[in-house]
Design a binder for this molecule. Sequence first.
Ligand SMILES: C[S@@+](CC[C@H](N)C(=O)[O-])C[C@H]1O[C@@H](n2cnc3c(N)ncnc32)[C@H](O)[C@@H]1O
Length: 264
Amino acid sequence: MIGPEPLGWRAVAPTEPDPPSRPGDLRPRVHRDVVSFVRRSSRMNTSQQRNWDAWHDRYVIDVRRGERDTSVHPDATVDWAATFGRVGPLVVEVGSGTGDSLIPMAAARPDHDVVAFEVFEPAVASTIGRLGREGVENVRIVMGDAVEGLTHLFAPASIAEIWIFFPDPWHKLKHHKRRLVDAELARVAHRVVVPGGRLRLATDWADYAHAMRELLDAAPGWANDHPDDDGWAPRFAERPVTKYERRGLEAGRRVHDLTYRRLP
Ligand SMILES: C[S@@+](CC[C@H](N)C(=O)[O-])C[C@H]1O[C@@H](n2cnc3c(N)ncnc32)[C@H](O)[C@@H]1O
């Protein structure tokens, strides 16, 4: 966390220290002293509060918290088959924001079950309001850190695809350590994605795109789907143009897509 907590921040969950790792526990240890987000005011406007009250129980999965109110406790569990009422291919979106990609992409894949992680409560409220109004059934949201969530809430080789679109760029060199896509994310994602499954990324920041490509090209167990085109994937056709992409293009930046395949 950087700086003081902004006014309006409210603690949302009890805190408990993480337990020591259990013998035989093959999950990677995650070290989240530095995270890819900052605490912002969680004050919701009237319509977000209304969305929250109306749709929270249907779409938001409350998980046991760890040390921070955005943490996922190592002993937290979710039975995804029971949650969705079926066993469909699972897709996870990391950092879904206000759901501008999540909602149309999930609606276009009604046979998939889509789990989104987002730490910013007002954005979750906006997302669930739209999900409810549009009657999209195959989405659930965990309000918490995706790296911990991927580590603790999913069985090995259980996710068909992970999507990370326009992660916060953290421009300053001293903040690069906050970037979401790092070696830890590559390791955590590798455990949970099914062999042959995909990690799909997009960013409008060239230096972050190059850093992701370098990192994932070198990451054990991942193969770039498009090695012959300098490693860049064609634009993922299912991905709608969101405000982040539009802003980048208007500022003259190229949007880079990347697709990695989980090796057996
Ligand atoms: C720049 S926004 C992009 C939102 C969305 N993907 C889009 O393209 O419209 C990045 C989002 O990721 C969220 N985020 C950052 N780190 C996260 C983490 N570790 N777990 C869950 N959400 C995270 C932020 O709160 C923010 O809403």
